[in-house]
Structures are given as C-alpha cells and as structure tokens.
Design a protein around this ligand. Structure first.
Ligand code: FES
Length: 114
C-alpha cells in the first residue's frame, strides 16, 4: 500500500469538496469530509471532463453532484447514481492519522455495478 499524505483535517470544511493533485502522482481527487470520515473520489466526472470538486456535496446521502449535468456519484463506491453518467468514477481508500489525511493510491475502488 502506498499511502500518500494529501492534506490535514483542518484544511477540509465538512460538506465541501477540495480538489487536489496527489503529490508524486498524476492522480487528482476531490477530498470530501463528512463527519469523521474523508472520501477521495477522482476529480473528473465520467460523463465529461469537468471537475467533481466544483459540484455540490450531499452530506446526508454521502454523494457529490456533477455541476454540469447533475449526475451524482456515491462517495463510498464511485458509482454513478443517475443519468447522464453511467460509468463509475474511481475512489481511493483514505486513512486518517491524527490530523493527517493519507490516500492509498494503489488500491482504487472502481465499482462497475450500475
Ligand atoms: S459532465 Fe458530469 S454529468 Fe455530464
């Protein structure tokens, strides 16, 4: 497992996405804090080349909405929940170590069950 430190908890506002590039990789993710959990979803919609981090987070449903056409993605699985997107977006496991947030870039979850 390659866990890369990407941010600290105090950089995240609950319910808002923070778009970052993971250091040492070309992977861009939207980090989302909900309660004591942090999710890392690839920062590109599967329907078009727009950043998911610019969309709204739906905290209670644990999902993020693409701002362009309104598809929603489950932050836990990356699954597309409504059209027009049909393909999932990879999500990465995260580890919270004190204040540090680490992302496991070797083990993306890419849920193909739509
Ligand atoms: S670009 Fe995201 S739903 Fe179309």
């Amino acid at each position: 497992m390659t866990a890369v430190e990407v941010a600290t908890l105090d950089e995240l506002v609950e319910g808002e996405a923070l778009g970052i590039e993971i250091p040492g990789s070309e992977i861009e993710v939207a980090l989302v804090r909900i309660g004591e959990e942090v999710f890392a979803i690839t920062d590109e919609c599967s329907h078009g080349k727009v950043r998911l981090s610019e969309g709204d987070v739906e905290v209670e449903q644990c999902r993020i909405e693409c701002h362009l056409h309104g598809s929603r993605f489950d932050l836990r699985t990356g699954q597309a929940l409504n059209l027009p997107a049909t393909e999932p977006v990879p999500v990465y496991p995260t580890v919270i170590d004190g204040e540090r947030i680490l992302v496991d870039i070797d083990n993306p979850i890419n849920n193909q069950e739509n």
